[in-house]
Design a binder for this molecule. Structure first.
Ligand SMILES: Cc1cc2nc3c(=O)[nH]c(=O)nc-3n(C[C@H](O)[C@H](O)[C@H](O)COP(=O)(O)O)c2cc1C
Length: 340
């Protein structure tokens, strides 16, 4: 098995982290990844603090292994995605790792987590942001390349960004995110200096992901050319770049997709879902991802996925995905460049 300082420091069997995907990375997926020896990250998305607490407790009921919680630091149209109360939940529930994405968190959150012994990781898509994260005290960085699914700040592909980030923040551990969906990607990321990999898109197509079955199916059939970068999604959080699967609405707005358009008919809904137990009629251009129980028109919905969807050919249990990716990586690394 692949062991390194990440596995040693965090009590893992393999240097595999599952992405804290909002709406998708719920307790079943997180626990399956942690039980397989990786580090599962809960996607809190826009869930209020009591819902995050419930998710943490549910995860704990499914695994005794370490896991983390992912928080988005941003002001959305629905209010701040993460508040000091969210941070207190992680402290009270003694979550081992908290990950922040999008903006850098306020210093008092970092201080509170630190004094509680919680490790802090920050996901960054540029060298500047990576250095800033280290300066405010991050224990680890997830470096996100422009291939990555979901919200994506990065302008650079992982192949150049990752080694540059490793050099810039050494000796802080770096985890690679974006485009990694099989053992070849894992081996490449480790060769480029990463301590581990963070995998999102491949795990949408896992049995345990909370994503809707039709969304999973579309990840499986999508080729790399079916993935687009667009800002059209998000009355909930406007004008944010995302990688998604191209469907009718993405095609219709191609070329006019550098911001979220105003809905032609604001009362029109494209589907129905529930968020943290609350019914939610999805507005046109909604960035809310379809999950189990969502109904509506999938040609209008936001189907977040990265370029690595082109490598995903089947829905499998998350444990098999972790094991297969790590075994293939190990085989490649032990054979050198001769064969895959
Ligand atoms: C469906 C989906 C939802 C995501 N939601 C979040 C999120 O809520 N917070 C976050 O930090 N990253 C989120 N991400 C980005 C991941 O953290 C990660 O950067 C990305 O999945 C890695 O690239 P990959 O999708 O090619 O594996 C999301 C990614 C996907 C695919």
């Amino acid at each position: 098995m692949l062991h390194n300082r990440l596995t040693e420091q965090y009590g893992l069997d393999v240097p595999f982290v599952s992405a804290g995907m909002g709406f998708v990375a719920f307790p079943e997926l997180v626990a399956a990844v942690s039980n397989a020896g990786g580090l599962g990250l809960l996607g809190s998305g826009i869930a209020p603090p009591p819902a995050v607490r419930d998710m943490i407790r549910k995860t704990r009921s499914l695994t005794s292994r370490p896991f983390g919680v992912d928080y988005v630091v941003a002001d959305t149209a629905l209010g701040p995605a993460t508040t000091a109360e969210h941070i207190e939940v992680c402290i009270q529930e003694r979550v081992p790792v908290v990950v922040f994405f999008w903006n850098v968190p306020p210093a008092d959150w970092i201080a509170r987590l630190r004094e509680s012994g919680i490790r802090i990781w920050i996901q960054a898509g540029s060298i500047d942001r990576a250095k800033k994260a280290v300066a405010i005290g991050a224990d680890g960085l997830i470096i996100q390349g422009s291939e990555a699914g979901g919200h994506n700040h990065s302008q650079a592909g992982l192949f150049a960004l990752l080694p540059a980030a490793v050099d810039a923040v050494s000796p802080v551990p770096v985890i690679a995110a974006g485009g990694i969906a099989d053992g070849r990607g894992v081996a490449a990321a480790l060769a480029l200096g990463a301590d581990g990999v963070c995998v999102g898109t491949r795990l949408i197509a896992s049995q345990e992901a909370h994503a809707h079955e039709e969304y999973k199916r579309r990840v499986v059939v999508a080729g790399i050319d079916d993935i687009a970068r667009t800002c059209i999604f998000g009355p909930e959080w406007p004008d944010q770049p995302m990688r998604v699967i191209r469907n009718r609405v993405v095609r219709e707005w191609a070329g006019r997709d550098d911001r979220t358009p105003a809905a032609p008919n604001p009362s029109q809904s494209i589907g129905h879902t529930s968020i943290g137990g609350q019914e939610y009629p999805m507005p046109k251009f909604s960035a809310v991802l379809p999950v189990q129980g969502t109904t509506g028109d999938f040609e209008e919905m936001c189907l977040a996925a990265g370029e690595s969807a082109g490598l995903v050919t089947e829905i499998k249990p998350a444990a098999d995905i972790v094991r297969d990716m790590m075994t293939q990586a190990e085989r490649i690394m032990s054979r050198g460049l001769r064969r895959r």
